[in-house]
Each structure stands twice: as structure tokens, then as C-alpha cells.
Ligand binder design. Structure first.
Ligand code: WAQ
Ligand code: MG
Length: 258
């Protein structure tokens, strides 16, 4: 198997404390010949990140021994929200239509706007609104994902047509597609923690990847991710899939032009 998982995370120690602040993370699956370029791209990203200087950059490069699972790309849509109030209302309305309880949705908003920056995602029971991840400081980090080589050029074309062919969108769409492909997850909501990136999204199989502009004000370093768990689902199995199962996103159906 000529497939490799390349991943990076960058952090900085908080002065006078044991803890560190998360700055940036990225990852992909690529062939051996692309490892070099991919890893240096990630290092460059860590060194120039708007969240500031890291004092530690960890790059992991690992060969895969099983063929990745192919999962479908979610269809992409963009809402026309123009301020955080409208945007958060849109998030709330969308979640409530998906069998997420009001309590669970409100708790998710608290994660997104909370003070503590997590490296990973929170998992919230869609009915009770309770947190279910084993480490609520770190969260669950989705790993081992990439875009299938056959889908890369049509993905680039589809996103370019909409003027959003950026690394940020490609990576978030891939992550959301991996998450949505698991039957125990009802929906995901995400807001970037980058101070200069204000578009977030809600994703679910029936909603697609719904981009929500202006979810926060420019300059805010709040952000995070929440996955809503189907009540009664096996959390451990779901986390095992998110963290360890290698997946490649492919494009299965013709994408509607919107
Ligand atoms: N797994 C789980 N959670 C993650 C991961 C991961 N691999 N990477 C980041 N997070 C969590 C973590 O709590 C971060 O603080 C938060 O998500 C935001 O991460 O179409 O860039 O990398 O224009 O800042 C959305 C793009 C971009 C919308 C989201 O997130 C669009 C983004 P960031
Ligand atoms: Mg970020």
C-alpha cells in the first residue's frame, strides 16, 4: 500500500503554566512521492499561523497498511447570513430540524463560544445535551483522512466555480464528510478558531455541508467543533472510527450548481 498519513500539530506553552495553547493542526493522506511537499507545506502553515507563534511543531508521517474506506463528499451549500445573530439562528434552526434537542444545541453554542480552546471536537448527546467524550479538555481529534486522487481535480473545479477553492474549505469539507459518513452522528457544527476566519458550517447527510458566513466577528479567537451523537449509540466505536479509520473522500453524484 503506497498510502501515507501526514499530520501536523503546533502549540505554544502558556507562560508560567504546564498547559499549552493549540495553534494549528492539519492532515492528509498522500502517496510516498508527495510526503516531502505535504509535510513542508504543513510546517510553513504552522510557522505563519494567525493564532501566533508555536514553540512546538509535531509532524507525524505514517504508512497505512489497509486500504482507506471511500466515503462520499457532502454536497456544498452556502447560506446568506450577514451577522452573528442571523448566523447562530440559522445554525439553531438547522439543528432543531435534525432531531437535535434545544438543550443539546444550546450546549454546543457554549462550546463554540467558550473561553477554553480545544484541540479536538466535543461530542454531545443529541437528546440529553450531555458531553460524551472521554477527555473534554482535548476533545476528539478526527484523523486519517484525505481526498481520493480521482476526485481532486473535480473538487478543485467545483470549489473554484464558487470562489472557495482554499485549503481551509477543502479540509473542512473532507472532515465533515468523514464525520457525516458515520451512522451514529446526527450532525456537526463548526466555527473556526482562527481570528480572521468567520465562516462556519453545519453538516449532516440530509443538509449537506451548509456554510454559514459571519458566524462570529472578525478578530475573535473563539471557535470549536461539536458532533451530535445519536442517543444510545456506541461512543467508543464512533471515536475509534473518527480517530483511526483511514478514509478518502470521493465525489459520487454530480454536484448541483448553486
Ligand atoms: N478533529 C476534531 N476537531 C478539530 C479538528 C480535527 N481534526 N481540527 C480542528 N478541530 C476543532 C478544534 O476545536 C478547533 O478549535 C476547531 O475545530 C476549529 O478548527 O467552508 O478552519 O481548523 O468556509 O480553525 C470552516 C470552513 C473552517 C468553512 C474550520 O477550523 C467554509 C476551521 P479550525
Ligand atoms: Mg484553526
Amino acid at each position: 500500500m503506497n498510502m501515507w498519513n501526514v499530520r501536523m500539530r503546533a502549540a505554544r506553552k502558556i507562560e508560567n503554566k504546564q498547559a499549552e495553547v493549540h495553534i494549528s493542526g492539519a492532515e492528509t493522506i498522500c502517496e510516498r512521492k508527495d510526503i516531502d511537499r505535504t509535510a513542508s507545506g504543513f510546517i510553513h502553515r504552522a510557522l505563519t499561523h494567525p493564532r501566533g507563534w508555536p514553540d512546538r511543531i509535531i509532524v507525524t508521517i505514517e504508512q497505512l497498511y489497509e486500504p482507506p474506506l471511500l466515503i462520499p463528499m457532502l454536497p456544498v451549500r452556502t447560506a446568506d447570513t450577514s451577522d452573528p445573530e442571523q448566523a447562530l439562528q440559522m445554525v439553531l434552526d438547522t439543528l432543531l430540524r435534525l432531531d437535535v434537542s434545544r438543550k443539546a444545541a444550546v450546549n454546543a453554542m457554549k462550546v463554540l463560544t467558550g473561553k477554553r480552546q480545544m484541540r479536538g471536537a466535543a461530542i454531545i448527546d443529541a437528546s440529553s445535551g450531555k458531553r460524551c467524550e472521554p477527555d473534554s479538555l482535548r476533545g476528539v481529534r478526527v484523523s486519517r483522512l484525505g481526498v481520493d486522487a480521482n476526485a481532486r481535480s473535480s473538487l478543485a473545479r467545483m470549489l473554484s466555480r464558487r470562489g472557495i477553492n482554499t485549503e481551509t474549505v477543502r479540509e473542512a469539507l473532507t472532515l465533515a464528510s468523514k464525520v457525516a459518513a458515520h451512522p451514529s452522528i446526527i450532525a456537526e457544527v463548526c466555527m473556526s478558531d482562527d481570528p480572521d476566519y468567520t465562516t462556519g458550517y453545519v453538516a449532516a447527510p440530509s443538509v449537506g455541508y451548509l456554510r454559514i458566513p459571519n458566524m462570529k466577528l472578525m478578530g475573535s479567537s473563539h471557535g470549536g467543533r461539536v458532533f451530535f451523537l445519536k442517543p444510545g449509540a456506541d461512543v467508543e466505536k464512533m471515536i475509534e472510527y473518527l480517530e483511526r479509520k483511514a478514509v478518502l473522500m470521493e465525489i459520487r453524484n454530480p454536484q448541483p450548481r448553486t
